[in-house]
Ligand binder design. Structure first.
Ligand SMILES: [Zn+2]
Length: 410
């Protein structure tokens, strides 16, 4: 049984004297800034009381003899145990009972009875989400700062989420609920970085925002620290390769983001060669959440999923971008350049260029193919902007018309 009692004097002082106090076996005193914790290891509450109470008296005595005063009302205690039921130890500071809590916060980490860190994950996720929402107000989906600046601003969210990850990552990630809480907070930040609709799934948003899932980043931090202890510190490049490899596993396993996964099946190519910026229109094209009749109908903003330009039952991103005859002219330049009709399976090439294994050895030929890929990427981006821009304008006009004349048959 562990019993840390954290308490503070409310004054910044040097605690060297406290740390040098003679302590009984099973007791350890930890101090940082104005926070002192007494950690006791014992099998039951009686032993905890026998160990901790005299230690608390010693500390109070040292404080008094040095003209300092403890704040008993700020002191609290948590029992760290796997036992389902246990008697709470009765601890006192200057006659005040130290309350036994389900969790205590020490140096920014919330320690709970079972050391599951679920409460910690829940607390930091709530704080990070709040920060992400506040920062999102500075970043409208249309216009506003570039994706690089958005990522930089949102790094505040990552700092909050990953604080102390080395300590909690292993336990937190055993609990799906905690992982989801952290990912949901990260999603709020990623939605604005990648200019996505709020309905886009966490996994698709993180890919477009080029943000590896916070759960993988947490594990990576722990792994790096552990490796450092053995002297085999991985390079930043090796760490990134491993994160992207694990991210690919999550990407393949997710049941969400079906359309995005079809367009961007290989995260390694996306990470190393994909565009560093995704526009508002490109985000709609890559997620299928945007100005498409089927999406609007699913969100109850349209009466039918049918295409308004041709007799097709479902107007989704695939139909609009690759098949609807209304947009043949917008596709023409890219079709000519590719010498074939553009299809969803071409999107990885169009956004990430040729696979390194497909590049020829001949430097001149390689240069020519890379230049062609750059042109094709630009033409694809132009095509998406043209189609989505015009489609949005038409949709706005249609909605305006509906508002003016809501019952055209009457
Ligand atoms: Zn159509």
């Amino acid at each position: 049984m562990w019993c840390p009692a954290g308490f503070s004097s409310g004054t910044d002082i040097f605690y060297d004297g406290v740390l040098r106090l003679p302590v009984r076996d099973g007791i350890r005193i930890i101090a940082f800034a104005d926070d002192v914790a007494v950690v006791a290891v014992a099998h039951n509450a009686e032993l905890i009381e026998q160990l901790v109470n005299p230690t608390l008296e010693d500390i109070v005595g040292w404080m008094s003899s040095n003209g300092l005063r403890l704040a008993p009302e700020k002191s609290e205690c948590v029992v760290l145990t796997k036992k389902r039921s246990f008697r709470e130890p009765s601890l006192h500071i200057q006659g005040c009972q130290v309350p036994v809590k389900r969790s205590v916060r020490y140096l920014g980490i919330r320690l709970d009875t079972r050391l599951s860190f679920v409460e910690h994950a829940s607390t930091v996720a709530a704080g990070a989400k709040k920060a992400a929402v506040a920062l999102a107000r500075l970043m409208p989906n249309v216009g506003g700062p570039s994706q690089g600046k958005r990522s930089l601003l949102m790094s505040v969210v990552h700092s909050r989420l990953l604080y102390g990850a080395v300590i909690w990552s292993e336990r937190v990630l055993e609990t799906q609920k905690s992982s989801n809480l952290l990912l949901q907070a990260q999603r709020v930040a990623a939605l604005r970085v990648a200019r996505c609709y709020r309905t886009v799934s966490d996994m698709a948003t993180l890919v477009l925002a080029r943000m590896p899932p916070v759960t993988l980043q947490a594990v990576s931090r722990r792994r790096t620290v552990m490796a450092k202890r053995t002297g085999a510190t991985p390079t930043k490049c090796e760490t990134t390769v491993e994160i992207v490899r694990q991210w690919q596993g999550l990407w393949e396993a997710t049941t969400k983001a079906e359309w995005t996964k079809r367009l961007i099946p290989d995260l390694s190519r996306w990470w190393y060669n994909g565009p560093k910026t995704v526009s508002f229109h490109m985000a709609q094209a890559l997620t299928g959440h945007g100005c498409f009749q089927k999406y609007l109908w699913q969100k109850k903003r349209q009466n039918s999923p049918e295409c308004v330009h041709c007799p097709v039952a479902n107007d989704d991103a695939e139909h609009t971008l690759f098949y609807c005859p209304e947009w043949d002219a917008a596709r023409a330049e890219l079709t000519t350049a590719l010498r074939k009709a553009v299809r969803p399976e071409d999107v990885t090439y169009l956004l990430c260029g040729l696979h390194p294994d497909d590049l020829p050895d001949d430097p001149a030929q390689r240069k020519r193919l890379c230049a062609a890929a750059t042109t094709h990427r630009q033409l694809f981006c132009n095509m998406v902007e043209l189609i989505m821009g015009q489609k949005e304008e038409m949709e706005r006009a249609r909605q305006h018309q509906q508002r003016q004349d809501p019952n055209p048959q009457q």
